[in-house]
Write a protein of this length. Structure first.
Length: 342
């Protein structure tokens, strides 16, 4: 199988290059933007619960902070599409990047867990805006028959930086003083610098997709929501399904898994980094094949393969031995988290 892959590798690369080359500039620039953003996000994502805990937050207080983030992102996601229709994707990406930059700087300057609340709120708002607007680029630039494949290809390539970002962060944490407040804090300054570079890229190079250049929303926000839900029962079912599938991911995996691994199981920064890399491996390997599958059998059937791994995450991490006796179960937990979250 490996030999077959090696033989087909030039063909795969040729397909990728041809696919990207025939797309418009908005698609290409957005891929670069998303790749850089993934690298910046992954620098701190796995270590953020540990950092907030080091600032003095208890487990319950960490849950409160996470709830505030979830509420803010939910509200934001509702209006992003409407704002993109009204003001354009470029403005939306610029605002999102500015918010994420502000959030990174607030995290870097935080001296207590209370100060981390506005930091997390602002950063999460920006990230939610960006993640909600990003698929619109693929939807606007790609033809119907290649949309899922293109989205999978975009996800695969833009997730590559997430493979190296956690290890880079672990090395930097070691240099700056270890898995504590002082060791993690400089990562947020580095993250802010990368986000500034992303803003410059969007400001100078991003162009509105051709299909959206004359599109401007004439309806108000409430009217737009009503129009979307008036399209049929499938939309209502999808909203319920998507909401239900996100609950276990945000409740169980994004906040407490890294903290549990570090505080209870004794994971160091490199183990947490390996878990984050594992989280990136799953969507990296399966985004393109799942996109092709969705184009062939339909989105509904392909979605049946998603959201089946939460039942394995907790026991996998719980089986990991106690401190000073590491194994690969933490890494496997990261892989399962990646499958669940993507």
């Amino acid at each position: 199988m490996l030999l077959r892959f090696v033989k087909q590798f030039p063909t795969i690369i040729q397909f990728i290059m041809q696919f990207i080359s025939r797309q418009e500039k908005a698609f290409k620039v957005n891929m670069v933007r998303a790749g850089l953003q993934n690298f910046a996000e992954e620098l701190t994502l796995q270590y953020q619960p540990v950092y907030i805990s080091a600032l003095g937050a208890t487990a319950s207080q960490l849950g409160i902070v996470s709830s505030i983030r979830g509420f803010s992102t939910a509200i934001t996601a509702m209006v992003v599409g409407w704002l993109a229709d009204k003001h354009g994707l470029k403005v939306v990406f610029e605002v999102a990047t500015l918010l994420m930059t502000m959030g990174a700087l607030l995290f870097a300057l935080a001296q207590s867990w209370v100060m981390a609340i506005p930091a997390l709120l602002v950063a999460s708002l920006g990230l939610s805006i960006s993640r909600t607007a990003c698929p619109v680029v693929c939807g606007s630039c790609l033809r119907d028959e290649e949309r899922a494949t293109g989205r999978g290809l975009c996800d695969t390539l833009t997730l590559l930086p997430r493979l190296v970002s956690p290890t880079t962060a672990a090395i930097l944490i070691t240099v700056f003083g270890g898995l504590n407040r002082s060791g993690i804090r400089p990562l947020y300054y580095i993250q802010a610098l990368i986000l500034v570079a992303i803003f410059v890229l969007v400001f100078r190079a991003f162009m509105e997709p051709a299909s959206r250049r004359i599109l401007r929303a004439n309806l108000g926000f409430i009217e737009s929501i009503r129009e979307v839900f008036a399209k049929g029962i499938a939309m209502k079912r999808w909203v319920v399904f998507d909401c239900a599938s996100k609950i276990p991911y945000y409740v169980a995996t994004t906040v407490y898994v890294p903290l549990f691994a570090a505080r209870v199981k004794g994971a160091d920064q490199f183990t947490l980094g390996a878990m984050a890399t594992g989280l990136a491996v799953t969507p990296l390997l399966f985004s393109l094949p799942m996109g092709r599958l969705a184009d062939m059998v339909g989105r509904k059937k392909s979605d049946l393969f998603d959201n089946v791994d939460l039942l394995l995450i907790a026991p996998t991490l719980s089986l990991r031995p106690q401190p000073n006796n590491p194994n690969y179960l933490s890494h496997l937990a990261g892989v399962l988290r990646g499958s669940l979250g993507h």
